[in-house]
Every structure is written in C-alpha cells, then in structure tokens.
Design a protein around this ligand. Sequence first.
Ligand SMILES: Cc1cc2nc3c(=O)[nH]c(=O)nc-3n(C[C@H](O)[C@H](O)[C@H](O)COP(=O)(O)OP(=O)(O)OC[C@H]3O[C@@H](n4cnc5c(N)ncnc54)[C@H](O)[C@@H]3O)c2cc1C
Length: 313
Amino acid sequence: MPEVIVIGSGVIGLSAARALQLAGHDVHIVTRDLPKNTTSIAAGAVWSGSALEGRSRIWAAATLAYFLPLTKEANSGVTLQRMREVYAERVPDPWYRDRLPFFQRLSKHELRGGLVGGYLMDVPMIAPPIYLQRLHDQFLAAGGTVEKRKIESLGELAGEAPLLVNCSGVGAREVAGDEAVYPIRGQTMLLDAKGIRVGYMDNVAIDHIFPRADGVLIGGVKQKGDWNRQLDPATAADIMRRCSKIERRLANAKVLREFVGLRPGRDEVRLELERLDDGGAVIHNYGHGSVGYTLSWGCAEEVVALAEKAQSK
Ligand SMILES: Cc1cc2nc3c(=O)[nH]c(=O)nc-3n(C[C@H](O)[C@H](O)[C@H](O)COP(=O)(O)OP(=O)(O)OC[C@H]3O[C@@H](n4cnc5c(N)ncnc54)[C@H](O)[C@@H]3O)c2cc1C
C-alpha cells in the first residue's frame, strides 16, 4: 500500500506529488487523465500575482522563489519573460515588485487605446507541455507510480492509502461533492511566431500574448459555467483577430496547436486537511482558478506540511 495517493496529474497534482516525494514520501497518483489531457496543458502560463490576496500571496511568493532558478536551467520549460501588463485604470505598485529581477511602471506614451496603467516586468513563463512532462518524468524516475483511473468519490479509495491528496481541479465538484466548484472555460492557440520579445497581458479584455519556450501562446476567453471541452473555431478566429491587432506579426503565423481547458473556479482555493471517519485523512488542494501555475509550488509545500500534521495525529 502506498503511503500517499494523489488524485490528479495536472500542475497541482504533479507539484504536490513531486514535493511529497522530495520530502521522503512514497506516492502513487490516481488520475482520469494524463498531463497532456488536463486543463493544465492549455494554460498560458505566466506567473501572475497581481490579483492575489491573503494566503494566495504566500503561495505565489513561494512559487516565484521556486520558478526563478528554473529559468536558468535548460529544458525546464520555464523561461524569464519580459511582459507588459496593462490596465484601463491607474494601478498601484504590486505587492511583488521587489521580488522580480526587473520591474518598472509603463509610462503614458507606452500605453494605447484607453489604457492608462501598467507594468513592464520580467516574470517566469511556463511552457506546460515541457514543464508538466518534466515533472511527470522526475516523479516516475524517483519511483512514483501512476494509475489511469476515474474515481466517482473519495470513498472509493478508502483503504488504499492512509493519506489522500485531492488535486482533481474542476473534477472536485464530483470527487469531493463540492458545489462551490465550477468551470471557467479557456481556449488558446500556440503559434510559430518569431521575433516577439515582449509579451502582453490585459486581464480584463483577456488579451494574452505569451512568448514561451515552445512558441507564442495567444488567448483567450473566460467563460464561466461552460463545460464544453471542444474547440470553437469562432472563438479561435476572434482570439487571432484581437491579438493580431495588438501584435501585427501574429497575423500570418502558423498555428502549431490549439487548446481548451476548464479552469477550476471557486471563490477561494481549498487547501486544508480533513480527517476521515475510517482513521485516514485527505488533504484537499483544488480551486486554483486562473492562477494554478502561480500558486502551484507554494501549495505543494503546504501539502507537505499538512501531510506531516496528518501523520503526527
Ligand atoms: C486558457 C488558460 C490559461 C491559463 N493561464 C494561466 C496562467 O497564465 N498562469 C497561471 O498561473 N494559471 C493559468 N491558468 C490556470 C491553470 O491552468 C489552472 O489553475 C490549473 O491548470 C489547475 O490545475 P489542476 O491540476 O488543479 O487541474 P487540472 O489540470 O484540470 O488537473 C486535474 C486532474 O484531476 C484529474 N481528475 C479530475 N476528476 C477526476 C476523477 N473523477 N477521477 C480521477 N482523476 C480526476 C484530471 O484527470 C486531471 O489529471 C490558465 C488556464 C487556462 C484554461
């Protein structure tokens, strides 16, 4: 019997599984989908701290500290990317400004079309197909095991391990019976575009241009309550039109891949230990919405601390 079963192999499950393994635990993953079919594969994915409050800032800061050294490692799938983050209103300096290697406010002449505030900064940019594969490979190489299996509820795993870690993303609505979880549908396109050195992020219009290790990812949409995992050609055309208006070099770029992902929406992340009647325990770690990469490693470190608490009884 494994010591810990992690449910899910998106960025949240893989990070938790790997952090637990690094802390000396024997970990088994049970997952409906392998990483290449998760929401996590569809993500941007930039470290993005601006909208965060409370505990999320602590997790994001820990994740930033984990990602920054990876930007210097070849083939990690994490690069240091200069980004413009823009707003239609004046914005204060963000809480994380002094943690970044480069940060400056955008001046008026750098902003167009009704935008009045924003930042120019260097932040970690993750290429999910590379980063997730690497985490998965590291997990297996260190003796971890993966079982492809859909579970209907946590009770189904009773007796299979003393500790469960529930990282089922939007699937937590079913797995944990949590009706506060809902999908926020996203759609993105990976382009073979050259020469785009500075990325772009408008989180209100959801105009995203992310140069990363495997191409330039553009997006997107945030469609609350939409469970549709199929690509919508009209949405793709609209994303291309909006992003090409911002960056003309995108207009004729070849499309390498298209993605759909269901962000796990919830008012707040659920990261807590629950003791079960059968003497076992479950650590819930889901509901990361639009910032799963940004919070991933900090949450994984908290899972390790909670696992120690669960075992100490
Ligand atoms: C278009 C888009 C852009 C994004 N951009 C960014 C960004 O720039 N920065 C950022 O920080 N975040 C970004 N995100 C958000 C981020 O991708 C998510 O928060 C993150 O992927 C959630 O990870 P997860 O592991 O919880 O969920 P998932 O990746 O959905 O993984 C859930 C796992 O649980 C498994 N599972 C579910 N139900 C069951 C079941 N019943 N039985 C067994 N296994 C089950 C699934 O098979 C899967 O393996 C973006 C998301 C999208 C869609």
